[in-house]
Write a protein that binds this ligand. Sequence first.
Ligand SMILES: [Mg+2]
Length: 309
Amino acid sequence: MKTDFKPAFLLDMDGVIYREDQLIPGALELIEAFHANGIPFLFLTNNSTPTPEDLVVKMRHLGIDGLAARHFYTSAMNTADFLAETYPESTAFVLGEGGLLAALKDSGIANDAIAPDFVVVGEGYPSLEKLNRAHGFIERGARLVATNPDNWCPVESGKTRPGAGATAAYLEASTGRMAYYLGKPNAYMFSRARRRLLAGSGEDAGRHRVVMVGDTMETDVRGSIEMGLRSYLVLSGSSRLEDLHRYVYQPTRILNSVKELADEIRHGKPVEFRPRGDTAALPRRAGRHSTDTENYRERSPRPPMTRTG
Ligand SMILES: [Mg+2]
């Protein structure tokens, strides 16, 4: 029996929709095409700092109207979902910003600076004094959880900043206790996001084919594979076409940018991928994500089999 699958999309934001507070060409058309064709979509971000309401405002400033808080799912919300589901009524000492504090509050996880069950690390710039307190709590039995494994994050003009993974790594080093990382590529992020994306689809939910659109192999593509989702890699962000052969996991499909996907939905005709030469990406650094166990390294060339000369 032939089943007609309907598409539904999970969308990464940075490197897919915008870069450095500039909308990527085609992003507006894509969201308009989703609305016009009744295609479900949900934005997915490892940034734990903003609330969904903040992201609605950000997108409006970038030129995309008509979005609501329900269109966004952040690593902070994922961490709050995880704690609320696994350890209801637990308490947390939080190193993080507004989006993380709000998500934990919404999930009934209380702030605790005396005897917390968890130290929760998100994006931000914690003081050494706060790191010292977190260290003490972990030594006394609190468990270490991080919103996402990003060691560094891109900011403007090709610069980077330390990410939540780096803060968690500091506490891992000082306490000898390993953190549990939520957010992409953790399958818990994708399964929760998928559930939200399809909520309200009723009996149609099983007929949706969920596609993740992202720009980063280690998070977007890896997590999709592990969750059994399709993945479209766009070359408008961090991963580069010439580096793909280094990865064990591969995307279902490669696109230059979301513009091609927008055209495809609008015209109802498949777009063929033609690599463009102008998709400059950030310089590659080692160890972007703490959980990238495949963290590939250039092997030194194999020495000649026989000595010559
Ligand atoms: Mg991205």
